[in-house]
Write a protein that binds this ligand. Structure first.
Ligand code: SAH
Length: 234
């Protein structure tokens, strides 16, 4: 069904996200990277090299290093400075840190080699005039972490940040939203259609069972990951 139940009203503040990082409450982080990106990398790249790839709400996703090593240029945005610093230190990547003149209080952390730039600020502070446009997007733990009331705003921003003909891989989760308050939030397929359907072709590539002990402790009895490819057409 497409009922998101009581999740519609739920708000997680930036402060709460910072606390999760401080407490090490980061069960979403995948140390080995995400198997669906490995499997569908070709779909994201589509034979192209030297892409600009965006990681919204990036955390310390290890795939950023992986794609940069393949010669792509990676840009992420993450509200937690701790997450950003852990990313660079866990991969032993030297970096520099500079203010972002257009965004008060924001900092940009860039690998010394120049191919990974992580903005430490809220995604809602970004625009294409600040970060440019992207050829590819890896959205995992991002749309599903956005407060349900902000989804429209998030989707409009993402649509603005992609080049025509870019490919956008989106991972959502599916479970009974009456049994867990989120995040991650349940995002039904009908909502993907209403958020992005006007601007792109949407294809569901795979649904995988991702149920684990963690989800059982949340009170759930099933948990799926759903991978979509959004193809932004001219
Ligand atoms: N995509 C990552 C992290 C998922 S958890 C992964 O797959 O591992 C969601 C992340 O979004 C958290 O690290 C949180 O600190 C960050 N976040 C939450 N709200 C944000 C916002 N408005 N702008 C930028 N980052 C945000």
């Amino acid at each position: 069904g497409s009922d998101i139940g009581s999740q519609k009203e739920r708000v997680v503040t930036e402060e709460e996200w910072l606390q999760k990082w401080e407490m090490g409450n980061i069960g979403f982080h995948k140390e080995q990277g995400h198997p669906l990106l490995q499997k569908y990398l070709d779909v994201l790249l589509n034979g192209r090299s030297g892409l600009r790839i965006f990681f919204p709400l990036c955390g310390k996703a290890v795939e950023m290093k992986w794609l940069a090593d393949m010669g792509h240029s990676v840009v992420g945005v993450e509200v937690s400075e701790q997450a950003v610093k852990e990313f660079f230190s866990e991969h032993s990547l030297p970096y520099c840190e500079e203010p972002v003149p257009e965004i008060s209080g924001a900092k940009m952390f860039q690998s010394t080699s120049g191919n990974i730039s992580l903005y430490c600020c809220s995604i809602y502070d970004l625009s294409s005039s600040i970060v440019g446009k992207f050829d590819g997007v890896w959205d995992r733990g991002a749309l599903v972490a956005v407060n349900p009331c902000d989804r429209q705003r998030y989707a409009s921003l993402m649509i603005n940040l992609v080049e025509k003909n870019s490919s956008y891989l989106l991972v959502t989760v599916s479970y009974d939203p009456n049994k867990h308050k989120g995040p991650p939030f349940y995002v039904p397929e009908s909502e993907i259609q209403s958020l992005f359907g006007n601007c792109c072709e949407i294809k569901c590539l795979e649904k995988v069972d991702d149920f684990s002990e963690r989800h059982r402790q949340w009170g759930l009895d099933y948990f799926l990951e759903v991978l979509y490819k959004l193809k932004f057409v001219a």
